[in-house]
Design a protein around this ligand. Sequence first.
Ligand SMILES: Nc1ncnc2c1ncn2[C@@H]1O[C@H](COP(=O)(O)OP(=O)(O)OP(=O)(O)O)[C@@H](O)[C@H]1O
Ligand SMILES: [Mg+2]
Length: 303
Amino acid sequence: MSGPSTGSGSGRAGSGNGRAGIGNVATGSGSVAVHVADLHRVFSSAGRSLSSSKGTVVALEGVDLDVAPGEFVSLIGPSGCGKSTLLRLIADLDEPTSGTLEVFGKSARQARLDQDYGIAFQQAGLLPWRTVSGNIELPLKLHRVAPAKRRARVAELIELIGLGDFAGSYPDQLSGGMQQRVAIARALAESPRLLLMDEPFGALDEMTRERMQNELVRIAAETQAAVVFVTHSIPEAVFLSDRVVVMSPRPGRITAVVEVGIDTTGPRDDALREDDRFFHAVAQVREALHGSPVASPRGVEAR
Ligand SMILES: Nc1ncnc2c1ncn2[C@@H]1O[C@H](COP(=O)(O)OP(=O)(O)OP(=O)(O)O)[C@@H](O)[C@H]1O
Ligand SMILES: [Mg+2]
């Protein structure tokens, strides 16, 4: 299945045809997919001995970020800088200490209730008593998608993640990487207009990882989903993203935003991984991570 994506449809400004007619690939209410302004998250360390003198951990401090509908944004930064915390706040799995947070113009809670996003986090989080098909099918079933449509969509997603021979297997019969692929398929089941992904490819071998990156680019373009993607890999961030957001060590702040801008001239596929523009952008993000100022946010454009 699924070689690298090809053709003009794989750019982020792709055709926008939804997949399988399921879910709400909507143009959406809010003009911004995610709006974050002056966001703070301070954890109390009561009962724990932490290095912080005041007994609190400032995980996020004054974070401002807007993600446009259909935009692919990666968060990158050292361990403990608050990437997962930011994603959890957007997903309404945690609450900010202060600041503004909106998802498609609504509160994070309302967006969660409206199923505006799919999530794939570090842990696959599959239900052990359901098969691969059963796990992927679950969100569709919960939202009363008709059985025939459900079956078609599940078959399509299983093909996408390359687990055609494992549709009837249970999670404990799969490797960690295979489980994570199932979790990604489940997140994609309803073609959400926002995907929140926290190192979803971290457990995959390099070949599978690159294949999943190619597929994610294609899927995001086809569904016009906005994606907020956490990764430790600079090349992964550059390959996938319209913008790479660089965060500082605790207290987590945004220190640089690198506009990758590569996709404006062609599709993202394996050829891009050996393209000069790709290496330029990787260098740009690396510099930003190591503290050198990024002179121009558009500095990675090909000359
Ligand atoms: N529930 C919590 N209670 C207390 N402190 C927390 C909690 N969740 C996160 N933290 C702290 O907030 C900081 C940011 O954590 P977070 O998990 O967001 O980092 P991260 O950037 O995702 O790191 P990694 O790259 O290792 O996954 C860390 O210092 C962490 O200890
Ligand atoms: Mg994390």
